[in-house]
Design a protein around this ligand. Structure first.
Ligand code: AMP
Ligand code: GLY
Length: 429
């Protein structure tokens, strides 16, 4: 099969790395890709939401399978546009259509969806410019901390958690009438704060059948000890100690099954990944968000633990035959440390030369934001630059190897968190 992956981050490099290992894969393309995907695939200079260019590439390269990495093309309806094209009738696509992607694209939709199907989540209310006064009164009566969420996609920046009612009032007013977050902030979900540990659970579904992939824990804040601003993710670990079989069973019964039943009831044929971001509150799972895609950097620890042929999994997803697949998961622990550009998640410089990556022999090096330079050099090209994944028999060893690689690799302004996985090493139940 000829396969095209859309996206350019560590998640897409991990997809490419895994797909390239399959005997079913003939030609592999990534659009637009990065210096890492270029090592295992052919990069195509196409933006991931350029429908015309993608359609042309699918026809010219005789693509059989399309795997869509990021949320933006999903939420903007790329899948609907490709499916409407009769010339692409044979193209298999992994990724939901626009209605399915609303699970991520609209926080208000996803909250109402959870309420309709009795899926545990924080109590919330949604406000618009017309109901601003009501919203302000609601905030005045709300306990702190308060969680405010812009309804639409806001590149991970649309969630504000504050201890101050007056700040919450200012944020709500600014989103609803001041244009903060633009269109995405025209509706705001005000939500109860949940205290507990976060977990990412990944479901692969063909619209009817599903597989629960290995769970992961993400390290979202820039600073050690989970301090400072949110990032795309500074590291990840899989498996996660507190996610016991009993807890994951609750997740399946109370969240995964009703979510899929709800999608079917609403005639949404969802074929792709559902990423359930949840908080474990006293051993009970509560959904804080759905994403219509895999996580990044979670993919960089989830995929190395999946032993199945990944192309078989993707084809079964697109063909509605996931029931024929038996998942095989490695019991080993995977840890990834993300190495970022100095200044990230605020402003940072690009184009810094990275030292020889071939010397990092204890890890799988996934490129997140890189581009090829001259003479085989690799240059930084984003905030998150590399995700260095180690797989070992113990969490301790995996942490050690991943961290050693993060210490070894050099480029001007390099930063990484030195505490990835340490909370789980210390975790006692
Ligand atoms: P999201 O963009 O929805 O992933 O939210 C960003 C982060 O905000 C999450 O990873 C959580 O750490 C935090 N968060 C979101 N909703 C809640 C909530 N209801 N209670 C506590 N923390 C939350
Ligand atoms: N690592 C969090 C995300 O992919 O949204």
């Amino acid at each position: 099969m000829n396969i095209l992956i859309l996206g350019s981050g560590g998640r897409e490099h991990a997809f490419a790395w895994k797909i390239a290992q399959s005997p079913l894969c003939n030609k592999l393309f990534v659009a637009p890709g990065n210096a890492g995907t270029a090592l295992v695939a052919t990069n195509l200079p196409i933006a991931f939401n350029d429908t015309e260019a993608i359609t042309r590439a699918v026809q010219e390269q005789e693509i059989d399978l399309l795997v869509i990495g990021p949320e933006e093309p999903l939420v903007k309806g790329l899948v609907n546009r490709l499916r409407a094209n009769k010339k692409l009738a044979k193209l298999r696509i992994v990724g939901p259509d626009q209605r399915g992607a609303q699970l991520e694209g609209s926080k208000d939709f996803s909250k109402q969806f959870m309420q309709r199907y009795g899926i545990p989540t924080a109590a919330s209310r949604t406000f618009t410019a017309e109901t601003l006064e009501e919203g302000l009164a609601y905030l005045d009566a709300h306990q702190v901390p308060i969680v405010l969420k812009a309804d639409g996609l806001a590149a991970g920046k649309g969630v504000i958690i504050t201890e101050s009612i007056s700040e919450a009032r200012a944020v709500l007013t600014d989103m609803l009438t001041g244009g903060r977050f633009g269109e995405a902030g025209h509706k705001v979900v005000v939500e109860q704060f949940l205290k507990g540990i976060e977990l990412s659970v990944f479901v692969l579904t063909d619209g009817v059948n599903y597989k629960i992939l290995p769970e992961a824990k993400d390290y979202k804040r820039i600073g050690e000890g989970d301090t400072g601003p949110n990032t795309g993710g500074m590291g990840a670990v899989s498996p996660v100690k507190f996610a016991t079989a009993k807890f994951l069973n609750k997740v399946e019964e109370k969240i995964v099954k009703p979510t899929l039943a709800g999608l079917q009831k609403e005639d949404i044929r969802y074929q792709g990944f559902i990423f359930v971001g949840l908080i474990n509150v006293k051993d009970e799972p509560y959904v804080i968000e759905y994403n219509a895609r895999m996580g990044d950097p979670e993919t960089e620890v989830v995929l190395p633990r999946i032993q199945n042929d990944f192309v078989e999994l993707m084809v079964a997803t697109a063909d509605g035959e996931l029931d024929k697949i038996q998942l095989q998961i490695s019991p080993q622990t995977a840890v990834t440390t993300v190495v970022v550009s100095g200044g990230y998640p605020d402003t940072y410089e690009k184009g810094k030369s990275i030292t020889d990556l071939s010397t990092l022999d204890d890890v799988t090096t996934f490129h997140a934001g890189t581009k090829p330079g001259f003479n085989g050099h690799v240059l930084t090209d984003g905030g998150r630059v590399l995700a260095l994944t180690a797989v070992a028999n113990s969490l301790e060893n995996a942490v050690m190897k991943s961290q050693k690689a993060a210490r070894t690799v050099q480029f001007e302004g390099k930063y990484y968190r030195k505490d990835i996985g340490l909370d789980l090493i210390r975790y006692q139940d």
